[in-house]
Ligand binder design. Structure first.
Ligand code: ATP
Ligand code: MG
Length: 227
């Protein structure tokens, strides 16, 4: 394809319950190493493959807004939380493709754990016709060094798609997979929630603005007010 005017748009879906430095740092590194023109954080409304998030959508959205403030490449896309139905990445990507036009090359960003689950996603093979995947390694999920650990169906689908250089992504409109060599950060929202519930510090695991928001709204503590 003619890639002269194309631009790469990162799509970062997740529950962000809450958003933490693991998310923010991989988003920053991926945007830098692949030259994304924007990274869209898209908090899930009702996730299809897991139990409901602990914090209600408006709190999760507010925390992402605070966390990405001041980063000109990061933006918040609230479409999934505005829909009162189960979130499906395939639907979101179809919509974005329509809205952003042919010149936008969509790159779905996931951690290794989420990528391993891909065959459980709705219409998962269609996703390769809509976007590339950029996968960040995650401690405890050894995808980067052992692609053999992928489930068989996924491994077969991935074989012709691996690229070892982020620059390759702009030369095709969809269907490639790049494992991004990001800094390994063993931070999860589960850990953050557990520490809050145990009365322990989460400082330096999340931005200060998120820390303050959690405190003011009493989120994730034993007597939490998630509404
Ligand atoms: P939870 O523990 O509640 O599942 P989480 O920390 O995994 O939360 P999610 O909102 O589930 O956060 O993740 C959104 C996306 O970010 C997923 O693709 C996930 O793999 C990725 N991700 C989250 N934390 C990291 C991290 N520390 N390193 C790499 N990828 C991460
Ligand atoms: Mg997760």
């Amino acid at each position: 394809m003619d890639d002269r005017e194309s631009r790469l748009v990162g799509i970062f879906g997740g529950t962000f319950d809450p958003v933490h430095y693991g998310h923010l740092r991989i988003a920053e590194e991926i945007a830098e190493m692949t030259g994304l023109s924007e990274m869209r954080f898209i908090p899930a409304g009702i996730p299809r493959l897991r139990s409901n998030p602990v914090a209600v959508p408006h709190h999760r959205v507010a925390m992402v807004r605070l966390a990405i403030q001041g980063n000109p490449v990061f933006m918040l896309d609230e479409r999934e939380v505005r829909q009162h139905e189960v979130s499906r990445s395939v639907k979101t990507l179809r919509e974005l493709k329509q809205e952003l036009g042919e010149r936008a090359i969509l790159c779905f960003v996931t951690g290794a754990d989420a990528f391993m689950q891909l065959p459980h996603w709705h219409s998962w093979r269609e996703l390769f016709t809509l976007c590339h995947f950029i996968v960040a390694a995650r401690p405890g999920h050894p995808l980067a060094s052992h692609r053999d650990t992928l489930p068989q169906k996924l491994k077969e689908e991935c074989v012709p798609r691996w690229v070892s250089n982020g620059d390759s992504l702009k030369h095709a409109s969809s269907g490639l997979i790049f494992i991004a060599p990001t800094t390994l950060l063993d931070i999860s929202a589960t850990l953050v929630r557990a520490r809050i519930a145990a009365g322990k510090s989460i400082r330096y695991l999340v931005p200060d603005a998120v820390l303050d928001y959690i405190a003011v709204n009493h989120l994730y503590s034993k007597n939490d007010d998630t509404s």
